[in-house]
Design a protein around this ligand. Structure first.
Ligand SMILES: C[S@@+](CC[C@H](N)C(=O)[O-])C[C@H]1O[C@@H](n2cnc3c(N)ncnc32)[C@H](O)[C@@H]1O
Length: 440
């Protein structure tokens, strides 16, 4: 095995189990290795630290796969299946029985591999993304890997669907691949199933607060990312808990509630609206939703998703960055602002911060007194503190008193490593907005 020896002053992060390494951290390397070799990192005294893979073409030269010297990596498929079964078990242990992210790259100790799992009423779909050269080399046969995983998952009672009713899609259309010297290609369906329509797939979602699973239509072949944003389910739950308390308090005091109005900005397939539509029905409260998104396909699917459950809404295809909103001021009980990542690289941090601030400012006037605002950012390069600063500017410049009631992030099916802050990307801040002033 190729040994990479660390310089003495570069060991700390590796010993703290940070999964990434720079080329400069190592003593002079021989040219005598291939990028599909598993390499072993040792400290300056030659003690084992980790094993992983390298890519000399990438800024992230080294990525760790294991910090345990006993773990065998020779049989690549067996190693991957073991790791994926562990991920699946962890999802089951944290309550997921239907659709969820099954593998979250570095955060699941499988750097460069995303696997989203979508359960349907008769089958299941795995959507894979391979984002690094090392993972590309490890997953030499994705279909055989998934077949092995499905049969082992059945034996271990993690999954209950046969291979025949399983579809597999590989989404290597992410631009991140270019940074690894990999090609960006169109999505490929590796395996179809007669019980699944991938372009309009009825996925089953379980949300802990609502409990009963519900169905949403998603395009798992051509939709954004892997077809669905699975990462929001903790934030949905946290917001639902607070909204429920507010409604129950008003009900208990006899305060008229009327129709609850919710504005869903950047709605994609309408999961926030559908979730709160189902919640408010359960609470016996009438509700109206306004959904905005620039994508016509997203809006059409969102409409179908809300129609299925008879939820009242209006929808608008609009660019929320370029266009102004025209709604009645102080009219919404809850406004959700969940835009795309405005920050794609370090250079765009200042403009991205400004974009978050501007979009949240545009949404503010439409929130009722004592209404709620959910603000999200999925830009990994924006720290939680910087996101808070964007909102601080939003509130102070608009002379609005807002208090943060809850802070969220990605859900338990998107675990994170305390040793790897770079892997934490989603931030959610839930504010109560108070815009009444005393004139005495
Ligand atoms: C992070 S996703 C939102 C996910 C969604 N809220 C959910 O929970 O599933 C961002 C969404 O913003 C939409 N979008 C991107 N740019 C936009 C723009 N300029 N105006 C309106 N929508 C935009 C995308 O089509 C996508 O649906």
């Amino acid at each position: 095995m190729v040994i990479l020896k660390l310089k003495a002053n570069k060991e700390f992060n590796y010993k703290m189990h940070h999964p990434w390494g720079n080329k400069d951290d190592f003593e002079k390397l021989s040219d005598n290795f291939f990028t599909n070799d598993i390499v072993e990192v040792r400290d300056s005294k030659n003690a084992f630290i980790s094993r992983g893979y390298i890519n000399p073409k990438s800024l992230i030269f080294y990525r760790a796969l294991t910090f345990d010297s006993r773990e065998k990596l020779e049989n690549k498929q067996s190693f991957l299946v073991q790791r994926l079964l562990q991920c699946w078990l962890e999802r089951r242990l944290s309550g997921y029985s239907t659709s969820c992210r099954l593998c979250f790259s570095e955060n699941d100790f499988l750097p460069g591999l995303i696997v989203d799992y979508f359960k349907t009423s008769h089958g299941q779909v795995f959507v894979l993304q391979i984002l690094s050269l090392g993972m590309h080399n490890l997953v030499s046969n994705p279909l055989a890997l998934m077949e092995d995983l499905v049969s082992r998952a059945k034996v271990e009672k993690l999954g209950d669907v046969d291979w025949e009713n399983t579809a597999v899609v590989i989404r290597n259309d992410s631009k991140i691949r270019e940074k690894e010297g990999l090609t960006v290609s169109v999505p490929v369906v590796l395996k179809k199933s007669p019980v699944i329509n991938l372009e309009d797939c009825q996925i089953l979602m379980t949300h802990f607060y609502l409990q009963e699973p519900f169905v949403m239509n998603a395009n798992l072949e051509g939709g954004q990312k892997t077809g669905f944003f699975l990462d929001q389910n903790y934030n949905l739950q946290r917001t639902a808990e607070i909204l429920t308390q507010a409604i129950k308090y008003k009900q208990s005091c006899g305060i008229p509630i009327g129709t609850v109005k919710i504005l869903d900005i950047c709605c994609y397939l309408g999961q926030w609206s559908l979730y709160f539509g189902l919640l408010l029905k359960k609470l016996g409260v009438s509700a109206e939703f306004v959904l905005l998104d620039v994508s016509e396909e997203a809006i059409n699917k969102a409409k179908a998703n809300l129609d299925r459950y008879d939820i009242n809404y209006t929808s608008l295809i609009m660019d929320v960055v370029e266009q102004d909103f025209r709604f009645e001021e102080n009219s919404f009980d809850l406004v959700i602002v969940d835009p795309p990542a405005f920050i794609k690289n370090k250079k765009s941090i200042p403009t991205g911060k400004h974009a978050y601030q501007k979009l949240n400012s545009k949404a503010l006037p439409f929130i009722k007194n004592n209404g709620f605002m959910v603000s999200c950012s999925c830009s990994g390069l924006l720290s939680l503190n910087d996101f808070k600063e964007c909102l601080q500017k939003t509130f102070s410049r608009n002379l609005v008193r807002a208090k943060c009631l809850a802070q969220g992030g990605h859900a338990p099916d998107h675990p994170f490593l305390v040793s790897f802050p770079e892997g934490y990307y989603l931030k959610m801040l839930l504010h109560i907005v108070n815009n009444k002033i005393s004139l005495n």
